[in-house]
Design a protein. Structure first.
Length: 258
């Protein structure tokens, strides 16, 4: 990591409250999200075809994640500039292609959504589920709500996994390995506004042509760490086309920390 990133990190860490705990933050999101899913699924009467609502809600949430990331988090819209600042200015300067990882649970402060966000996601899927219930009934509403919240929890898990240090398990786990490489590409400043806007599974990226990979849907979803399917324009913009980043890059990390 270069001196600029190291200075940004040091300054940001000083602003985190001494009472902040990344474990508590994560436990709140997991507890509230899983509690919500448990409560709504307990209301399901028969299920049947209504279980398809889970996949529909998941796909809609995937498109929503892509659109929010592309059009709000990476564009400065005056009324929503706080979201842009937190993501493009803070998150993308704290984590760059040279250093994507955390050293302490206190740094989860800059990875997780703020604690109130899970309540907003719960309300959004209550509303969408209610609309979905108009043609498809109450079971479809409860299952939609579970699908939408599951997508959010998966987002938090995979985005956090993308910022953990390299580990053989992370390299082998499907979806986790794909997102770790995808998100490393996204964290290059020259590429962040255009490529790899999904943080769960790259479904919308593939659909709208913003995946950095030039291949079909199944290969895009299961790409793992492979770097031989890059679009030429992405390959040309990469200073280092090996993933995980080279030992030289990790050497720079160590030098900057010491
Ligand atoms: Zn990130
Ligand atoms: Zn981003």
């Amino acid at each position: 990591m270069d001196a600029r990133q190291a200075a940004f990190r040091a300054e940001y860490q000083q602003k985190i409250s001494p009472r902040y705990s990344g474990w508590l933050h994560g436990a709140w999101i997991a507890g509230a999200g899983l509690g919500y899913i448990g409560v709504v699924l307990a209301q399901v009467d028969r299920g049947g075809w209504a279980w398809l609502s889970f996949a529909v809600a998941f796909a809609v949430a995937n498109l929503g994640e892509w659109a929010l990331h592309r059009y709000v988090l990476h564009r400065r819209i005056p009324a929503l500039s706080a979201l842009w600042h937190r993501h493009t200015v803070e998150h993308h300067h704290y984590f760059t292609q040279d250093c994507m990882t955390v050293d302490s649970h206190r740094e989860y402060r800059i990875i997780f959504f703020p604690p109130y966000a899970v309540l907003g996601i719960a309300a959004i899927h209550l509303l969408l589920g209610a609309l979905w219930s108009l043609p498809f009934g109450r079971d479809a509403m409860w299952i939609w709500m579970a699908g939408g919240m599951s997508h959010y929890l998966l987002y938090e898990i995979l985005h956090t996994a993308a910022h953990l240090p390299e580990h053989p398990l992370l390299r082998r786990l499907p979806a986790v390995n794909t997102m770790r490489r995808n998100h490393w590409i996204h964290h290059h400043h020259a590429l962040m506004s255009t490529w790899n806007m999904n943080l769960t599974v790259p479904l919308a990226d593939w659909l709208f042509g913003s995946s950095d990979l030039d291949c079909g849907l199944w290969r895009t979803l299961g790409n793992g760490y492979r770097m031989d399917r890059l679009r030429p324009e992405v390959r040309d913009a990469l200073p280092d086309s090996a993933f995980p980043p080279s030992a030289a890059g990790r050497g720079r990390d160590t030098a900057a920390r010491s």
